[in-house]
Design a protein around this ligand. Structure first.
Ligand code: AMP
Length: 112
């Protein structure tokens, strides 16, 4: 059973897609927490980062490189934050691995 994000990959659910390649997809978060808030997902479903295996090494590296590419494309490469929520207690609500790319406002540290 595909998650919500799996259905965005197959276009069963619409999304504001900003980047796509063979392995991943990036689209704007429906409830943005910053002026730029994009979700970057692998097309292959991995429920959460803790489930990733050594065989996913290239894919995970690809996601990080794609995040940099999306940041440059959106004009925020000088200052952005990537967040991965892993597990419900850490705020994960969709169990298809995703990177949050946040930018466009001051990003304080430590995060909440
Ligand atoms: P997380 O809480 O880390 O699992 O992040 C899930 C994110 O998905 C949240 O920031 C939601 O606002 C976002 N979201 C949920 N449904 C959609 C959707 N249909 N299109 C875009 N973003 C969504």
């Amino acid at each position: 059973m595909a998650t919500l994000f799996g259905k965005i990959v197959t276009r069963e659910i619409p999304a504001d897609i900003v980047y796509e390649d063979e392995h991943c997809l990036a689209f704007r978060d429906i409830n943005p927490q910053a002026p730029t808030h994009v979700l970057l997902i692998p097309k292959q479903e991995i429920p959460q980062l803790a489930d990733a295996a050594p065989a996913d090494q290239l894919l995970l590296g690809h996601l990080l490189l794609a995040a940099g590419k999306v940041a440059r494309q959106l004009g925020v490469a000088d200052a952005f934050r990537l967040v991965v929520n892993n597990g419900a207690a850490a705020g994960q609500t969709v169990f298809h691995l995703h990177l949050h790319l946040l930018a466009g406002r001051p990003l304080h540290w430590p995060p909440g």
